[in-house]
Design a protein. Sequence first.
Length: 350
Amino acid sequence: MSLQSITAIHAAARLLRSDRKNDAAKRLALAVDQNVADHRVGIRLALLSADYSPLLKAAQEGRGGRAAWLFLALERALANDYAKAEEFARRALDMTPNNMTAQALFGLARFRRTGDLSKLRQHVAALPHAAMKVQGLILLAVEQSIAKANPSDTGAEEKDDRTTGSLGRVLDLLDDLAIWIYWLISVALNLVINALDPAKRRIYWKVIEGDRLEGLGKDDLALEQFAMALELSPGCVEALESMMKHSMARGKYDETERYLNRLLAILGEAGAADPSLLKMQADLAFFQRQFGKATPLYERLQPQFQLSYIIPYRIGLCLLAGGDDRRAVEYFEQALSQVNPGLLRERVGP
């Protein structure tokens, strides 16, 4: 970068820190007009002034480089001018064919123009490495397309980012071992704590067995144990929570709501303030397509689940269903910025 460019950028930065945005834009424009600035000055000027014509002129004259064409492509995509976005992304790819953001922008523009997902799928492994703004726009486009084709779709399922391969198998074995250790400790505690209360001891034996079977993936057998615990004690909170979660997982939302209401009635204020129960209420409203009800519940949860990808993702889906694309894409960006199990790859498809 030339000395004049560095000077212009630093001068503009000082003016911005003083909240003198117009003066900063003028300082950058002066450098551009004098032809002493490179494309990085032009990009900053375009962002400050929202006028991309000088940057376009510089790019067309061969003074913009790949970065200028990328910014121009993104600006056109944000303006829904996908023909120009595709053209400008192609210009960037001509200079750097392996640039992941350029590949993603080109695929997005092609999909928006023609409905053809092939370019996005061709580079699907690279999409999570593209600029976050571009990832958000891709997820927005794909979710809109899926919702149009299948109005009953409820988005990607909530998943853990599990380790695969040999290491994954080792971790699974360790998980199983931990389940058995936890089971042994729970059995011992149950015998000690409820030594003088055989009825209570029997109830919690069913819950402990259900937890063990659930951890080992034997859900049907686990449900039998939880159901027996509820027969013995209809107010058993642990059994109610487990039955509620299994009902939700199986799509039995009316049944889920009954268990949830029983829990809230038993727990009172503590239940109303419980983050896990609040999330269950939000998920229940979401899957029942009560998006206006689900959105504020999820928003209340965000401070307590700051590393969650699923909560901002579902807020985005709720807003998308309500027609608020601008806010939806902001939440999609939040979701994709968190560790997630290949959310964008899953929705774009293989």
